[in-house]
Write a protein that binds this ligand. Structure first.
Ligand SMILES: Nc1ncnc2c1ncn2[C@@H]1O[C@H](COP(=O)(O)OP(=O)(O)OP(=O)(O)O)[C@@H](O)[C@H]1O
Ligand SMILES: [Mg+2]
Length: 354
């Protein structure tokens, strides 16, 4: 074996298809959630027979496939029929009645929304949907600022299934009694995956995302263990990606246990979220950091203002710190004269920073 056989060359990559590690990637097969998906399908099924569907309240810990399972069902539904509108609303992004109704219009391809009030748009939406039927999914429902919109949709739409998803088990008890009593929600609790299930899910994503044989088995096993311990697939995906990036940064042809261990040790106690759940401001700031990784907050603030208009430094600073807490970026104090805060995209540190 030559001295340099284990060194990754400039044009080589350990990744085959990095997208398969994205949190919002929907795998072709969603294993170990067949029962839950079946249950959701049963609630929707009456819509296919021109009756109204059942309404559903889904809970479960973060990162265990609630969103993925529902998106998967909606995708199947779309392939099955044109008679039911599948409408998926992320309440983190769309949290007021106005935003939600506008978003539904967009989903329906209805473009005459300019200068119209929420009520008027709601009537337009109802007129369109009532020719058919609809499934409304409110993901992260606890983020809704105006839950009354659920009630309005319930009243206005004839044939529908309304599905609420949240981590917060108590959400339902805090919900407006008026909504609760009308919706008659069925409850579906997603249980966390066991060790074998966690392993097979992560293995499948690994095989899509990485080139063949780049993983040392023990490195992968350790990531599975951590992911199982935290009962969170999202963490497993994040760890695999970061271990891969770290291995590449050190020009290693294999993702070794030392890479996995370092990344696991470095895992922050934050809840990883997919980028679709960020606000518009957060998204813009994040892409700015991505483009300008390594610059100080002050420099980033200047670039931001040139491009997007004025925003107080303090607000921008807080936004950066928030993104750091969510886990998309990291900041580091640079000591010395003119002390500054350097921002880097991603959470992987260089080897000498561990
Ligand atoms: N059975 C599965 N097969 C393949 N991938 C899965 C499975 N379950 C979860 N995942 C993946 O794990 C990640 C997290 O899943 P998802 O976003 O559905 O979690 P969640 O339960 O909605 O979490 P949260 O409550 O934080 O929103 C996603 O990338 C998803 O594709
Ligand atoms: Mg989710």
């Amino acid at each position: 074996m030559g001295l340099f056989d284990n060194i990754l060359k400039g044009d080589e990559s350990l990744f085959l298809d990095e997208i398969a590690l994205d949190f919002d990637y929907i795998p072709k097969v969603l294993k170990h959630r067949e029962n839950e998906q079946q249950y959701v399908a049963t609630c929707i099924k009456p819509l296919l027979q021109e009756r109204s569907g059942r309404n559903l309240f889904i809970t479960g810990k973060p990162g265990i496939g609630k969103t993925a399972a529902i998106k998967w069902v909606l995708r199947e539904l779309k392939q099955e029929t044109n008679d039911i509108y599948p409408i998926f609303i992320n309440c983190w992004k769309h949290d007021t009645s106005f935003k939600i109704v506008n978003y539904i219009c967009e989903q329906l391809g209805y473009t005459f929304t300019h200068n119209k009030k929420t009520d008027e748009l709601m009537n337009n939406v109802a007129a369109i949907i009532n020719k058919k039927a609809a499934v409304f999914v409110f993901d992260e429902a606890d983020k809704l600022q105006e839950p009354g919109v659920i009630y309005n949709l319930f009243e206005e739409i004839n044939k529908k299934s309304i599905i609420l998803i949240t981590n917060d088990e108590n959400y339902i008890s805090e919900l407006d009694p008026r909504i609760k009593s009308r919706l008659l929600l069925d409850a579906l609790v997603f249980r966390p995956y066991n060790f074998e299930e966690t392993k097979s899910i992560l293995k499948e994503r690994r095989d899509f995302a990485f080139a063949k044989n780049v993983w040392e088995e023990v490195a992968f096993e350790n990531i599975v263990k951590k992911s199982y311990e935290l009962k969170d697939i999202r963490t497993g995906l994040h760890l695999m990606k970061e271990a891969g990036v770290l291995a590449e940064n050190t020009s290693s042809k294999k993702i070794k246990n030392e890479h996995a261990t370092k990344i696991i040790e470095n895992l922050k106690a934050y809840k990883l979220k997919d980028s679709t759940e960020l606000t518009e401001d957060q998204k813009i700031t994040l892409s700015l950091v991505k483009e300008n990784s390594g610059k100080s907050i002050k420099e980033l603030h200047e670039i931001y203002e040139k491009r997007y208009g004025q925003v107080p430094y303090r607000t921008f600073f807080d936004r950066i710190k928030q993104l750091e807490r969510i886990g998309n970026i990291s900041t580091k104090d640079k000591e010395g004269p003119g002390k500054s805060n350097i921002v880097t995209y991603g959470t992987v540190k260089k080897l000498n920073e561990f």
